[in-house]
Design a protein around this ligand. Sequence first.
Ligand SMILES: Cc1cc2nc3c(=O)[nH]c(=O)nc-3n(C[C@H](O)[C@H](O)[C@H](O)COP(=O)(O)OP(=O)(O)OC[C@H]3O[C@@H](n4cnc5c(N)ncnc54)[C@H](O)[C@@H]3O)c2cc1C
Length: 419
Amino acid sequence: MSRAHYSIFSVLREALRGHTGWGPAWRDADPEARYDVVIVGGGGHGLATAYYLAKSYGPLRIAVIEKGWIGGGNVGRNTTIVRSNYLLPGNIPFYELSMKLWEGLEQELNYNAMVSQRGVLNLYHSDGQRDAFARRGNAMRLHGVDAELLDRAAVRRMVPFLDFENARFPIHGGLLQRRGGTVRHDAVAWGYARAASSLGVDIIQNCEVQGFRRIGDRVVGVETSRGFIGADKIGLAVAGSSSRVAAMVGLRLPIESHVLQAFVTEAIKPFVDGVVTFGAGHFYVSQSDKGGLVFGGDLDGYNSYAQRGNLPVVEDVCEGAMALMPRIGRVRLLRHWGGIMDMSMDGSPIIDRTPLSGLYLNAGWCYGGFKATPASGVTFAHLIARDEPHPVARAYRLNRFSTGHAVDEKGMGPHPNLH
Ligand SMILES: Cc1cc2nc3c(=O)[nH]c(=O)nc-3n(C[C@H](O)[C@H](O)[C@H](O)COP(=O)(O)OP(=O)(O)OC[C@H]3O[C@@H](n4cnc5c(N)ncnc54)[C@H](O)[C@@H]3O)c2cc1C
């Protein structure tokens, strides 16, 4: 399907003729009997994978199968933060690849994803925390990633409205990544869907995978709510549903599912320029272009597949908010929602083959997978096409849980709800 090129000229032309000339951005396809590659999950990761597969490894017949509508999962529920401020060598090159892809994404997809490099500032509240942040900043700079350690005066100039003298958690400074920021989450799904569709990918919505067909240890297709679909290769990118979908084919994953909530307030005048994270509790905030404060905090703390949150965490997040910026108490909450997180045992993702031939796994994104979307797509496409891990995703093998090569960025140990 050829797509209209979006530009100032097409916007002007359509404005003059009452916007009657816009076609659908992508083709809502019906399933065919068989494909070269089927990607299960029409979230950011599944759609990006299909796009990079079609772009770099085609011609291939590719389908993305989504049980609901594209963008209805976590890609449309997250708090839109992108960054590459990691410490461990297994993580930094991967997330920096993602950051570089974000920087060129709108040109690549010809789609306005509202990529906004407004900066991500992690606050520190003690000398020990400053040392840990200095170490992380140094590791980033050694890998060519931008990082600046700010003292209290520099943070005060950037975000004067915070409670710097908080008796329990005074703000001592922050680690700033200026290239970090926000990207409009659902536009990422739409942009990848449009670009993939124009390369011939079938995007099949309202089609739930309910089982797998196997011949011995080879997976040969998926049983769906719209019939059987055969495939040479099948990639799973179902985020919070990973353990349930893998169980359909007899795989038990090192993943627990937990709910994470997010919140948005009524629109107010611009006053938070970038993303600010509290270092003494789990709370972070940014301001959307519409003016709402977008914020979030910790997991709900127990396993669940419900896409809605519970009140104790609402209270906990609001306490973090009030400790950091008491004036937020005057703002009215507009809505809050939840998404299901695929929490891995070490807090890092899995991009790997499975023990079953023809079946590939992309999972374990915890609550940081949005920023990874472009790199996840590139590296998962590489894995599926070449049958070997992409160089920047080598740390994300499934067997690390048996060999002991965990990628434990937070140093929390095997407790998925703490990562
Ligand atoms: C509240 C919240 C805040 C977050 N904030 C951030 C953030 O600021 N920055 C960041 O980097 N990350 C953040 N995340 C995490 C990030 O959103 C996820 O890690 C990432 O979106 C997961 O990948 P995805 O987009 O492919 O998932 P999804 O969009 O969930 O895609 C998976 C898709 O698989 C489909 N599916 C499931 N089962 C089946 C089936 N049986 N058959 C067919 N389809 C199926 C689902 O319907 C879904 O559409 C946040 C998440 C939440 C919930």
